[in-house]
Each structure stands twice: as structure tokens, then as C-alpha cells.
Design a binder for this molecule. Structure first.
Ligand SMILES: Nc1ncnc2c1ncn2[C@@H]1O[C@H](COP(=O)(O)OP(=O)(O)O)[C@@H](O)[C@H]1O
Ligand SMILES: [Mg+2]
Length: 310
């Protein structure tokens, strides 16, 4: 068992980690969230207190309905607590208006979702440029930063592909690049590997680990998969709208080491890519029968491939 129970939070005590002197990025202080549906009140969060420091890589776990997404929505300024306070970089965001929250979201946060949430009729490059468009970044700078972000997630040469021309893993990498371009204070990922096979999941976790270890990016990731949580440094477990336990992982799994051990499988994206290039090379203005062969004038010879006529 790699994980060691460091502190089981009773009620609402936040985790205190004397070894880590980094500044606190996220502070949830006795957060409650109640949804009202007709006559019924759903207590999604019942007093959640949690501190996350700069440079931490935290996995949030818990059964379905335990309050993970509600917590992420509050941290991500997509929703407000019914009661309690949320501080991001020491600023109290609990009572901000919708517009103010949108502004914080765009400037300070990067999001990665299970379903990728890419615009389908838009290239990888344009998808990545989008948050900067909202932030008012100039055209050339948008281009430069998007190219760099796509390169950082290993997608050089894929900039002009639309989402349906990319594998699931590649689409999630576009989403991660998009999350990075505004240089956010933290990245929030809700079940980012939920739609991916196990190898591709490890590839995505490798990107997250690199961002965390090499660039000091703060990451909060929701997952219901225990083996995915083991790539993080700390696990917070929710139950019934409360934090049930909060512990550190002494030796997290290393995605890049595991990928080295895996055989080089053709399940990887390269095969699909070749098909895509062939499809992309087809000129649809040419009638189908004329695309690859040119028929000889006399009916006696076999057709020759294009470009090989004498
Ligand atoms: N918009 C909403 N309206 C009403 N109830 C909600 C809403 N969002 C979540 N809930 C309820 O709040 C509880 C926590 O949900 P959620 O945070 O989505 O859990 P998890 O992500 O851990 O599966 C559940 O009982 C869920 O049904
Ligand atoms: Mg959820």
C-alpha cells in the first residue's frame, strides 16, 4: 500500500502541512452548498474546509454524488457556495457576481473536462487560442502561445486538425493546451481520463505530472479511479458532502516510467494519423474514379497510378 493516512479530517479541520511552506492558493472555509429543487433541498456540501498550496497535485476522490463536482465548480468559480468562504490567492470570491467570476476564471484558472469540450468545427490551434481571444491577447501573441502550448503537450504537426481528426488522447491534450495558454494559477480537471483507455490515461497523467514537477503548476483533479489518484501527491476523499480523509501519497506512481515499461503499441495514434493524411490528401473536387488512377486511352492497358505515365 503506497498511500499513508496522514490525517483523517474530523468535521472540517483543514490539512496542515508544516513541511510545505508554499503559499496557499485555494482555501475553502466551511463551505456549504444546497440545491433547492421544488420542495426538496439537496445538501451537496455540508461544511467543507480545505487548503491547497501552490505546487500541490491533489486528487479528489469519492463515490458518485459525494460532492466532488460541486466542490470543483466552486473552486472553478462556476458556482457559488450557499454558505462559507472561498479564497483564491487570498481573494474572497464567495460573493462575486457572475461577470466577476467569469473574469477570474479566464485569468486564473484552466479547465480540463472528461468530455474534452472542444469546438468541433474549429482546429486544434483555434481551440487553444480561444481563451486568449476572450482575454484580449493580440493575434500574433495568441498564435505564438498556442503553438508553444500545443508543442508542450506533444501535438506539433496537429495544429490544423479538427477534433474529429484526433484520437481521444490527442483531443484531451488539446484541452490541456487550451487550459495552459493564459498561464493560470491552477488547473482543474474533472475526470480527465474518464473517456480514455488505460494507456492514453497514463499519457495524460504524464503531461499533468510534468506540468506539476517541471513548471510547479498547481493541479486539482477529480477521479473515481484509485489508480489514477496514485499519480497525485495528495488525495482528498469526499463522502456525503464532507471530507472523509485527506492523505499524502509517499511515492506516487510515475507515468513516464510506466510508459517506458509499456510495449510500443500500435494502438498509439500514429496509424490513425496515416489514414487521416490519406483522407486529407483526397481532392473531393475530382470525381472518385479519377482520384488515384488515370485511365489509358486504349482499353488494352492496365490503369497506371497517377504520375507514373511515360
Ligand atoms: N445542479 C444541481 N441541482 C440539484 N442537485 C444537484 C446539482 N448538482 C449536484 N446535485 C446533487 O448534489 C450532490 C453532489 O453532486 P456532485 O457534486 O455532482 O457529486 P459527484 O461529482 O461527487 O458525483 C448529489 O446528490 C447531486 O445529485
Ligand atoms: Mg462529478
Amino acid at each position: 500500500m503506497q498511500a499513508r493516512e496522514m490525517q483523517t479530517t474530523k468535521a472540517d479541520a483543514p490539512l496542515i502541512s508544516p513541511a510545505n511552506e508554499a503559499p496557499v492558493v485555494i482555501s475553502l472555509d466551511h463551505i456549504h452548498k444546497t440545491y433547492v429543487m421544488g420542495d426538496v433541498e439537496v445538501h451537496a456540501l455540508r461544511g467543507v474546509s480545505l487548503q491547497i498550496k501552490q505546487g500541490e497535485f491533489v486528487a479528489i476522490m469519492g463515490t458518485s454524488g459525494s460532492g466532488k463536482s460541486t466542490t470543483m465548480n466552486i473552486i472553478g468559480c462556476l458556482d457559488r457556495p450557499t454558505k462559507g468562504h472561498y479564497f483564491l490567492d487570498c481573494q474572497d470570491l464567495s460573493q462575486l457576481s457572475k461577470d466577476q467570476r467569469a473574469d477570474i476564471r479566464n485569468k486564473k484558472l484552466g479547465f480540463v473536462f472528461q468530455g474534452f469540450n472542444l469546438l468541433s468545427r474549429t482546429s486544434a490551434l483555434e481551440n487553444v487560442e480561444l481563451p486568449m481571444l476572450y482575454a484580449g491577447v493580440s493575434g500574433p501573441e495568441r498564435h505564438r502561445r498556442s503553438m508553444a502550448a500545443l508543442a508542450a503537450v506533444g501535438l506539433v504537426g496537429r495544429e490544423n486538425n479538427h477534433p474529429n481528426q484526433l484520437s481521444g488522447g490527442q483531443q484531451q491534450r488539446v484541452a490541456i493546451a487550451r487550459a495552459l495558454v493564459n498561464q493560470p494559477a491552477l488547473i482543474l480537471a474533472d475526470e480527465p481520463t474518464g473517456n480514455l483507455d488505460s494507456r492514453t490515461s497514463i499519457e495524460v497523467m504524464e503531461i499533468f505530472q510534468k506540468l506539476n514537477r517541471e513548471q510547479g503548476m498547481t493541479l486539482v483533479l477529480v477521479t473515481h479511479e484509485p489508480d489514477i489518484a496514485e499519480y497525485a501527491d495528495r488525495v482528498v476523499v469526499f463522502k456525503d458532502g464532507k471530507i472523509k480523509s485527506d492523505y499524502r501519497i509517499e511515492s506516487p506512481r510515475s507515468a513516464s516510467e510506466e510508459l517506458k515499461q509499456l510495449p510500443a503499441v500500435d494502438l498509439d495514434d500514429d496509424d490513425d494519423d496515416e489514414d487521416l493524411e490519406i483522407i486529407a490528401a483526397v481532392d473531393h473536387t475530382v470525381p472518385e474514379r479519377d482520384r488515384f488512377v488515370r485511365m489509358p486511352k486504349s482499353g488494352t492497358q492496365a490503369p497506371k497510378p497517377v504520375g507514373q505515365e511515360s
